[in-house]
Ligand binder design. Structure first.
Ligand code: CAA
Length: 379
């Protein structure tokens, strides 16, 4: 067993850390305040290969391993939750399923421009009545000649109003439940595809969480991804892989909050000395550091299993369950260490606290992760 990162993984870490510190950190607070989608940053991430990280080079990606990808998400999340989720969704739930389940023609048409960062990707599963119960999808696709006609709406879609290409899970047979779901690739600008409201959220405020509306939206039959009726399995397999990415995001947010807490503990003086000299603060920092490291190990283990071609469903869910929980705890303690100042928007821990919460919710709530882990354990 070797716990050291490889030369390539260290290079990715260093490159993304420098980029995140220089290009993202200075505007992260402003993005949070305005909710403006960070297109400038996304355009700068493309030439660094951050938008097609694990896609093989033959399809225009960087062809790097999943541990490197997790490291990259962590480094971006350490400074900005919004940018990290846009990146994670693009890579994990748009590029990945098209690469894994798409035909060569679909890869040529959709994956290549996504992986090179020319186009931005999204993923649409959730509906008003289909959250944790993902099989309750009611958006319907009916075959009509060479086209499917889509009707229904999706909610809470990350990058929804901005994405050029979306992987969308709908029903092709409402009577069959999960076995009636199918997945399609839908392009921005398709007639009948419009947007509803953009959510005014607590955190990750610049990630354009959007309602998608399909009204007699006709898409080519060839845009069916995988087999008709296998959309639920495709969606679950995609989420298995992507959940470790949200775990990496949670680790990044926790590390960012911890960094701020350490800095503040050294600077802030009370009772005649820096507060980091008090054991109460030291014990908090010790617990926080230990939990961040443990969460990172879970993320890297899940990614390692994926890299090795082994089963990673349980480990990905475990990583997300634990990392999101400790992100909340670490961000809370980082804020506590800042005292009253931490409750103001002048200090970045206030944003980390709000960003941490969503990692317990999207790509499956903590309760769903427990369901997945328990089912695997009882298998
Ligand atoms: N891979 C492949 N197939 C799978 C699977 C997996 N991981 N898990 C289940 N399946 C298959 C099952 O084998 C079963 O097939 P058969 O009927 O042929 O045996 C079928 O799918 C149905 O499985 P279940 O009975 O287990 O399904 P369920 O209705 O009980 O749901 C669930 C299970 C885990 C709760 C699932 O609904 C789920 O994950 N819900 C959460 C949804 C979610 O994560 N949403 C996130 C939205 S995306 C997002 O947040 C992105 C963003 O913007 C950041």
């Amino acid at each position: 067993m070797n716990f050291d990162l490889t030369k390539e993984q260290l290079m990715v870490q260093s490159m993304v850390r420098i980029f995140a510190e220089k290009e993202i950190k200075p505007i992260a607070q402003e993005l949070d305040a305005t909710g403006e989608f960070p297109w400038d940053i996304i355009h700068k991430m493309a030439p660094l290969n951050l938008m097609g990280m694990t896609v093989p080079r033959e399809w225009g990606g960087a062809g790097i391993d999943d541990i490197s990808y997790m490291i990259a998400i962590e480094e971006v999340a350490r400074v900005c939750g919004s940018t990290s989720v846009i990146m994670a969704v693009h890579n994990s739930v748009c590029c990945y399923p098209i690469y894994k389940f798409g035909t060569d023609a679909q890869k040529e048409a959709f994956l290549r421009p996504l992986a090179s960062g020319q186009k931005l990707g999204g993923f649409a599963l959730t509906e008003p009545g289909a959250g944790s119960d993902a099989g309750a999808v009611r958006t319907l696709a009916v075959l009509d000649g060479d086209e499917y006609v889509l009707n229904g709406n999706k909610i809470f879609i990350t990058s929804g109003s901005e994405a050029d290409i979306l992987v969308v899970i709908v029903s092709t047979d409402l009577s069959k439940g999960t076995k009636g779901l199918s997945t399609f690739i839908v392009e921005k600008g398709t007639p009948g595809f419009t947007y509803g409201s953009i959510e005014d959220k607590m955190g990750v405020r610049a990630s354009a969480t959007t309602e998608l509306v399909f009204e007699n939206c006709r898409i080519p039959k060839d845009n069916l991804l995988g087999e008709q009726g296998k959309g639920f399995n495709l969606g679950m397999a995609t989420l298995d892989a992507s959940r470790m990415g949200i775990a990496a995001q949670a680790v990044g947010i926790a590390q960012g909050a911890l960094d701020e807490a350490v800095k503040y503990a050294k600077e802030r003086e009370q009772f005649g000395r820096p507060i980091g000299k008090f054991q109460a603060i030291q014990w908090m920092l010790a617990e926080m550091s230990t939990k961040v490291k443990a969460a990172r190990f879970l993320v890297h283990k899940a990614a390692y299993l994926k890299d090795m071609g082994k089963s990673f469903t349980k480990e990905s869910a475990m990583a997300k369950l634990y990392a999101s929980r400790i992100a909340m705890e670490v961000a809370n303690n980082a804020l506590q260490i800042h005292g009253g100042y931490g409750y103001t928007k002048d200090y970045v821990v206030e944003r980390f606290f709000r960003e941490a919460k969503i990692t317990e919710i999207y790509e499956g709530t903590s309760e769903v992760q427990r369901m997945v882990i328990a089912r695997e354990a009882l298998r």
